[in-house]
Design a protein around this ligand. Structure first.
Ligand code: ASP
Length: 430
């Protein structure tokens, strides 16, 4: 085991966790053993990743901005990054809408299955709706803009949900650092460079735990999904197979079609090397369902393996982890139309365009945490007039789809960072 490369160990941890979980549900091992004594190691691993996300953004972005050395470069980078993020999001939703309108997975759900699902998941829908209300409560139209500027940076850094605020502060801090006299700026910059190196070292330590953390997360996932009645859980998943496959097909088209084409066109990058470079981040995104928790590893992979300079990745990736979620937006498009189909509603072209607009906004507003995409889906449904009770139809496979869409979310961010580096004239040798 010692000699194996880390990514092989992580994959072994993932597969072993899945197998162990399956063995547990079909053996007399009580599920509380996994939930109470194995899952906590997965939680500790995810916490450790989250622990360093904020200091990493702060240090690497301040260093990154000062290395850019020029404010006009920064504003060009910012505008282009946001622009390309919007474009990939709209492409993703369009792919999802084309698939769901062609394959029509909602039409294969029988009336009995529909009623059964609406009944089983009624409580979960209410909970999700409550969460959505909390997210959008008391919002004025420009609230998302207001929330970028924090009134207390120390408060902001104490909650991972506030990444965008920390990005904002770090950029301003970096710009100011460029404009104070050199003798004053140097020690401050040196401090953040040192801090950055220390955090990167800590990421290496955390990654050593990854095979065990991933094992625990996967075993717990299987046991929790099976619940008290594994046969019933499988039956429900089977009934929603067409829906799940439609989302997965869309995600596969993004991963193996859209991103490679973007990489080839704008960065002349070989996508096999690209995938090899980010595979650790992809496996972690899959096992944690959280692009925020994966962020430190995404940054490390993109910088070390894809040669994207820190001055670019430190800006593009944290921004992407908060506002660019191609996998989530694709899923929201498919899910909204699927629910409408299953409830026998006809959607007009205007409704579908509304889905493109609201799913773009909802994916920007989704936090990079497990299940956030489904909470924000409530907004898409409401905008189009689809009853939110229909969420009950898609809850069962959501965790699995969340894992896969999170992989696409971080793959999209990594693609854009390679493209940005390459269009900024950096030598991205991949
Ligand atoms: N789990 C996703 C992420 O962290 C968000 C979502 O689609 O629920 O990127």
């Amino acid at each position: 085991m010692r000699k194996l490369p880390l990514h092989t160990k992580i994959i072994i941890g993932l597969v072993a966790g899945l197998i162990f979980g399956i063995i547990c549900i079909f053996s007399p091992i009580p599920s509380f053993i996994v939930i109470d004594y194995i899952k906590p190691f997965g939680t500790i691993f995810v916490n450790a990743l989250k622990l360093i996300a904020m200091p990493l953004i702060l240090a690497s972005l301040i260093v990154g901005v000062t290395n850019l050395g020029d404010i006009s470069k920064l504003s060009r980078l910012g505008l282009r990054t946001i622009g390309i993020y919007m474009v990939t999001t709209v492409i993703a939703i369009t792919v999802g809408l084309i698939l769901v309108n062609t394959l029509k997975p909602g039409k294969v759900i029988s009336a009995e299955t529909r009623e059964e699902l609406l009944n089983i998941y009624k409580g979960d829908v209410e909970q999700t709706q409550q969460n959505a209300i909390k997210e959008i409560r008391e919002k004025e139209p420009l609230d998302p803009l207001i929330r970028i500027v924090p009134d207390n940076i120390f408060n902001s850094t104490s909650d991972n949900k506030n990444m965008l605020q920390v990005v904002f502060f770090s950029v301003i801090f970096g710009i100011a650092l460029l404009q104070v006299p050199k003798n004053k700026a140097e020690p401050v910059k040196g401090f953040f460079e040192g801090l950055n190196d220390v955090i990167l070292k800590i990421i290496d330590y955390i990654m050593m735990l990854a095979p065990y953390g991933v094992f625990a997360l996967m075993a717990a996932l299987i046991v929790e999904m099976a619940g008290d009645n594994p046969a019933k859980a499988l039956e429900v998943l089977g009934a929603l197979l067409m829906y799940g496959l439609t989302v997965l097909l869309g995600l596969a088209i993004m991963t193996f079609g859209v991103y490679p084409s973007i990489l080839k066109t704008f960065a002349k990058a070989r996508y096999t090397n690209f995938f090899k470079g980010i595979r650790d981040a992809q496996i972690l995104a899959f096992s944690t369902s959280s692009s925020s928790a994966t962020l430190p590893v995404t940054m490390e992979c993109v910088e070390k393996n894809l040669n994207v300079p820190e001055k670019i990745s430190s800006f593009v990736l944290p921004l992407g982890a908060t506002i660019n979620m191609d996998g989530t937006s694709l899923y929201q498009g498919v899910a909204a139309v699927f629910i409408a189909q299953a409830l026998g509603m006809e959607l007009t072209l205007a409704n579908q365009l509304m889905i493109v607009v609201t799913a773009t906004l909802a994916s920007i507003g989704s936090a990079g945490v497990p299940g956030a995409g489904m909470v924000m889906l409530v907004i898409v449904l409401e905008a189009v007039g689809i009853p939110a009770a229909g969420l009950a139809l898609i809850i069962a496979p959501d965790r699995i789809l969340d894992m896969c869409r999170t992989v696409v979310n971080i793959t999209g961010d990594s693609t854009v960072s390679v493209v940005m580096a390459s269009t900024e004239g950096e030598e991205v040798v991949i």
